[in-house]
Design a protein around this ligand. Sequence first.
Ligand code: KIV
Length: 278
Amino acid sequence: MSSGRLSADKVTTVRVVGKKQKGERIVCLTAYDYPTARLLAAAGVDVILVGDSAANVFYGHATTLAIGMEEMVYHTRAVAAGAQPALVVADMPFMSYQVSVEAAVENAGRLLKAGAEAVKLEGAGPVLDAVRRLVEVGIPVMGHLGLTPQSVHRLGGYRLQARRAEDQQRLLEDAQRLQDAGCFALVLEKVPAEPAARVTKALRIPTIGIGAGPGCDGQVLVLHDMLGLFEGPAFKFVKRYAELGEDIRRAVGQYCADVRAGRFPADEHTFHADAGGQ
Ligand code: KIV
């Protein structure tokens, strides 16, 4: 039997933790399909997150609650096929880890069988047992605190979290509990820069911020937001690196006009019977 081998440049969870120790920032973006995963990996992204934000930007739902295990397994399989050498982290969808530790292990196992190399889940207190068990059976876990979109109905919207001193203290304690339970990294979403920097300083494991300021060990964005694939103003914490939505609309509009005017296909796009070729 031949032994398995990882490529020399493979990003592993151990390397992600090592980046914090070396003071190297960690780059993370979301992807939901194979061609996008290939592009992100080729551009040098360290961690590709198969986010349950697919519920919003892929399926058009208002919240992430609607996406389930079947969809997450499907997207994870597609991303994993194109993501190497980046680390593939798959989100555990709403209610795939909260009902019981056994269900959490079974569902995380399905995501790893589909090609994920770690899973991410939201919250602290009620999910700590699941985190401990997942790590125990060999499944790396990324935590997620601050704005946790799966709790949108309890939080009353997508507001900035950890504004008051007592909430900032709870954030720090929850982060330490997740680290102690065995998480290898922690996403901090939509919290002020100051408490995020304090949590980052207090932890051995890296923090990956989204709307959590520059003091985190890494950054993550939803790809569709940073590429301008959605119309309308972006969130304050999103930097738009492209306007692909506009580019696509312009290109498709041009195609519509060309077809209707008979300009496409032109001769260079047309086969002729006497030319015999390609
Ligand atoms: O689902 C997702 O894309 C996420 C990021 C916003 C961190 O969890």
